[in-house]
Structures are given as structure tokens and as C-alpha cells.
Design a binder for this molecule. Structure first.
Ligand SMILES: C[S@@+](CC[C@H](N)C(=O)[O-])C[C@H]1O[C@@H](n2cnc3c(N)ncnc32)[C@H](O)[C@@H]1O
Length: 219
């Protein structure tokens, strides 16, 4: 396994999608699909942490005109996404660039109309998450959209099975993929700090999974 930052999902790439579906059914996919109508007809899109490329196929399928940067930290995940793209035979109007790395691999001048974080932000403890979100916010153009799909801290009181699932998830991926977070972040706090306004929200899996759209104010 290459010694690259945040590359721990390299080890689980071959079975991650099946495992996620086994536990959450199609809720994770639905939380991402519900966001697609918020994409403009033409946009520069950053997908960070997209994994094996399912979301990429969905973006291409919209027939909108995207210039997509697909950035993932795990070599095996990125390779799977590249293979999927190579095999995608339907007509589409988008261009795709793949890049291995974290948010640190974004170039200083790169700006996007849309930043998509599908099940990425739950991986980080608060200080690291703050820095990551600040970097992504810097790459989001004024008026741009942040598409967020992730596990969301359930409004109190969380049920026993929700607590068990969250505990199990962090224990498993902490061991296998080396993720550092131990509980679901207070995303709302970080989005507020960045002055991003929530424009849409939909819950799945009894509120445990949410698809949300945040808008960056125009200056
Ligand atoms: C939990 S998986 C989610 C995969 C996919 N989005 C899905 O919903 O099935 C998290 C993904 O984020 C990637 N990742 C983790 N930290 C990252 C970082 N700092 N920058 C870019 N990608 C990262 C992992 O390699 C993995 O592919």
C-alpha cells in the first residue's frame, strides 16, 4: 500500500460499495441522486472522495456539460473510477480529469462552480475537517453550490441501532482504513463558519443520512 495521505480506503476499494449497500441499502445513493438537479447546465465540478466512480456515471448521465475534476486519495478507488469511465459507452457532454490526492492536490488558482463531497466529511476530526472545508470553500466560486451527502448526527435521542451503526462504522474504518474521526462531526458549525447557506435538505435512513445543498454568497 502506498504511503500517501488519507489513502486508507485503498485497502477496502474492492468491496467498499457492496459493504455500503449491504448496510444502508440504496440510501447513500439516493442522498447523492437527489442533489443532481441542483447542478447548473454547464459547470466546473470538483468531486472529492467520490470513490469507485458510481457518482461519476450519474453526473455523465445528466447530459449536462461538466468539466469534472475527480479527486480521490486512494489509488485503488481512483483506478476503479477511471476504469468505469473508460467503459462508459453512453453519449455525454462532459470532460473528466482524474487526480490522485487530497484537497492539498488542488492547485492554488483552481475554482469550481460546484464542489461535491459524497460521504467524505464524516472521516475527519474537527480541526482537520475545518481545514479541509476551508480549502474546499476557497476553491468554490462565489455563488457556487456545495453538494453534501453524508451521515448526519441524528437529532437527539438517537436510537440504539443508530448509535451502534455509527460506533461500528468508526471502529471498522478506523482499524481498516485508518480514519481518525470517532464521531459524526458538527458539520452545521463548519458550514456556518464559512457563511454557506443551506438551500436544500432531504433525509434518508431515518434521518441518519442527508443530502444537502449549500450556497456560497456572491461577493
Ligand atoms: C467513505 S468513502 C466514500 C466513497 C463514495 N463517495 C461513496 O459514497 O461510496 C470516502 C472516499 O474518500 C476518499 N478520501 C478520503 N480522504 C480523502 C481526502 N482527503 N481527499 C480526497 N479523497 C479522500 C477515500 O479514498 C474514499 O474513496
Amino acid at each position: 500500500m502506498p504511503d500517501l495521505p488519507d489513502s486508507g480506503f485503498h485497502r477496502v476499494a474492492l468491496f467498499y460499495d457492496r459493504l455500503a449497500r449491504l448496510v444502508y441499502g440504496d440510501a447513500q445513493e439516493q442522498a447523492q441522486l437527489v442533489l443532481l438537479p441542483f447542478l447548473p447546465r454547464q459547470a466546473k465540478v470538483l468531486v472529492i472522495g467520490g470513490g469507485s466512480g458510481w457518482i461519476l456515471e450519474q453526473l455523465l448521465g445528466t447530459q449536462k456539460q461538466f468539466d469534472i475534476l475527480y479527486l480521490d486519495a486512494a489509488p485503488a478507488m481512483l483506478q476503479l473510477a477511471e476504469q468505469r469511465f473508460a467503459k462508459y459507452k453512453f453519449p455525454h457532454n462532459s470532460s473528466v480529469r482524474f487526480r490522485l490526492g487530497t484537497e492539498q492536490a488542488l492547485l492554488p488558482h483552481e475554482q469550481f462552480d460546484v464542489v461535491f463531497t459524497p460521504f467524505l466529511l464524516d472521516l475527519f476530526p474537527p480541526q482537520r475537517l475545518r481545514r479541509l472545508m476551508q480549502r474546499l470553500d476557497a476553491a468554490l466560486a462565489p455563488g457556487g453550490h456545495w453538494l453534501f451527502a453524508d451521515f448526519w448526527p441524528v437529532q437527539q435521542p438517537a436510537t440504539w441501532w443508530q448509535r451502534l451503526l455509527v460506533f461500528g462504522m468508526y471502529a471498522f474504518f478506523g482499524t481498516v482504513s485508518g480514519i481518525k474521526a470517532r464521531k459524526l462531526p458538527d458539520y452545521g458549525l463548519h458550514f456556518d463558519e464559512l457563511n454557506l447557506r443551506e438551500a436544500f435538505s432531504k433525509s434518508f435512513y431515518s434521518g441518519m443520512i442527508q443530502g444537502k445543498v449549500f450556497v456560497k454568497q456572491k461577493v
